[in-house]
Design a protein around this ligand. Structure first.
Ligand code: DGT
Length: 149
């Protein structure tokens, strides 16, 4: 499946789809990104911090938990900015990207390899999973997205 596949096409195929949530934390013109650990799926790539939603958990709860575990921060979850479905050869994911506001703590790489605060110009230097391509394009072309929550 390519990045151009619409959400329903990916979801219509047989088999499980992992629900994933990820946070977009903006601060003074920079966006928080984190690097996946080398041994994880898509290891070494950069991403918007988050992870799988657990069963019985609301997406917003899952996102708060993931950011607490991965980065040791407390956030308030805001608007849904984008939603994509993507089929990797080994798994299918449906990712919801939410704007988040940092309430407490400074992001530390607890369960990820590294964190970085990047400007729009710096974003292209970091390799991201294919599923993030359309969101990255919006971040390049919609400066209005880069406001603090
Ligand atoms: P773990 O450590 O196995 O419990 O993993 P979790 O719960 O942190 O979740 P993870 O990272 O394995 O699942 C997220 C999936 O979504 C993974 O296949 C990578 C994919 N993905 C693609 N783009 C992004 C992104 O921007 N952020 C996040 N968090 N995941 C992304």
């Amino acid at each position: 499946m390519s990045d151009a596949d619409p959400l329903p096409a990916v979801l219509a195929a047989e088999g499980p789809v992992l629900p994933v949530v990820a946070g977009l934390v903006f601060r003074q013109g920079r966006l928080l990104i984190s690097q996946r650990r080398p041994d994880d799926h898509l290891g070494g790539l950069w991403e918007f911090p988050g992870g799988k939603v657990e069963s019985g958990e609301a997406p917003t709860e899952g996102l708060c938990r993931e950011l607490r575990e991965e980065l040791d921060v407390e956030v308030e979850v805001g608007d849904l900015i984008a939603e994509v479905a993507h089929a990797y050869p080994e798994r299918r994911v449906r990712i919801q990207f939410f704007r988040c506001r940092l309430l407490h703590g400074e992001p530390m790489p607890r369960h990820c390899a590294a964190v970085a605060w990047v400007t729009p110009a710096e974003l292209d230097r970091y390799p991201f999973p294919a599923a993030d391509a359309r969101l990255l394009e919006r971040l390049r072309t919609e400066p209005g997205l880069w406001r603090d929550a």
